[in-house]
Design a protein around this ligand. Structure first.
Ligand code: GUN
Length: 302
């Protein structure tokens, strides 16, 4: 039987509706408007399009939002001062410095300068540590892993006691999603295995997975015969494998492939995310969720 397709586009739209209501209520009852600043250094086209999408989402939800564009020759010191300015600004509850930064700037230094209470990306070591401890310590969840967990839960999969296999050990996806899924509580409590480039037998581990999360950045790495029948497959890979001309605009658009061979895998899996339209739309939505949470915490609202 063909798998159910988990539409990140639809789930993200649902969550954004919920956040829009919550934002309007916060404004009406508590006179608080969630504030987000996105800082973009230089003119990397992919970064411009990510930041534009983040600002558009913030705007649509009714946030106070600032797009702060800086030239690519900004000094590290000036960028650190800029972060400090927003750390002190009470209208701002979330600060996002778009990555990558130019080579002359130490990315780690800049990310570590963001006030952990405004770190809506959840990249600061304090928030990474809080996530590792779990429970009440957790303030923000990193956006892509949080989106993955939400997709699994909303698709109706039981995570407690499930064998979760994560392919990839990046700091942005692999390590944090493994950490989230092994915590006690709703949408987690799983038995987690992380496989990576040093793993001897990828196929063996993937075949055991009730929930398979693939974030390797290798097009079609996971073969359909590696998938357990009925498994939930979350494909985080967005690999550009070429270009085609859009019929609508006549302009070149990238051809994207996931880390899983979707067409073949959907005949075996119980549910699967497409690429694009799976995990991607969830990342920005979870950034918005973190910003609302930060605004509530700053006002002492649970
Ligand atoms: N560049 C690509 N993805 C991200 C992200 O999630 N956060 C930031 N800050 N930069 C990025």
């Amino acid at each position: 039987m063909a798998a159910r397709i988990i539409s990140g586009t639809e789930v993200a739209a649902q969550i954004r509706e919920e956040l829009k209501k919550e934002t309007a209520e916060l404004k009406e009852k508590n006179n608080i408007v969630p504030g987000l600043v996105t800082i973009l250094v230089g003119k990397n086209p992919a970064s411009i399009s990510y930041v534009t999408a983040k600002q558009k989402a913030a705007h649509e939800l009714g946030f106070y939002s600032i797009q702060d564009d800086q030239p690519d020759d900004i000094t590290e010191d000036s960028l650190l001062k800029l972060v400090e300015k927003y750390n002190k600004d009470p209208r701002i509850h979330g600060i996002l410095v778009q990555l990558p930064l130019p080579k002359h700037i130490d990315e780690k230094k800049v990310l570590n300068a963001i006030d952990p209470d405004k770190d809506v990306d959840c990249f600061h070591p304090v928030n990474v540590g809080r996530l590792m401890i779990g429970g009440d310590e957790v303030r923000f969840l990193p956006c892509t892993p949080a989106g993955i967990q939400e997709l699994i839960v909303r698709a109706g999969f039981e995570t407690s006691g499930a064998e979760v296999v994560v392919v990839g050990r990046s700091n942005i996806v692999g390590k944090p999603i493994a950490n989230i899924m092994l915590q006690k509580g709703r949408g987690a409590n799983s038995t987690v295995t992380v496989v990576h480039t040093g793993t001897k037998n990828l196929e063996f581990h993937c075949k055991r997975a009730d929930i398979l999360i693939v974030a390797a950045g290798v097009p079609h790495l996971v073969k359909p015969e590696w998938i357990k029948p009925g498994a939930c497959v979350i494909d985080v890979g967005v690999n550009r494998v070429g270009e085609r001309i859009s019929e609508k605009t006549g302009r070149p658009v990238p051809i994207l492939k996931g880390d899983v061979d979707f067409d073949a895998a959907k005949e075996i899996a119980g549910a699967i995310t497409p690429v694009p339209g799976g995990v991607g739309p969830m990342t920005i939505t979870m950034l918005m969720k973190n910003t609302v949470k930060s605004a509530k915490i700053s006002a002492g609202i649970k």
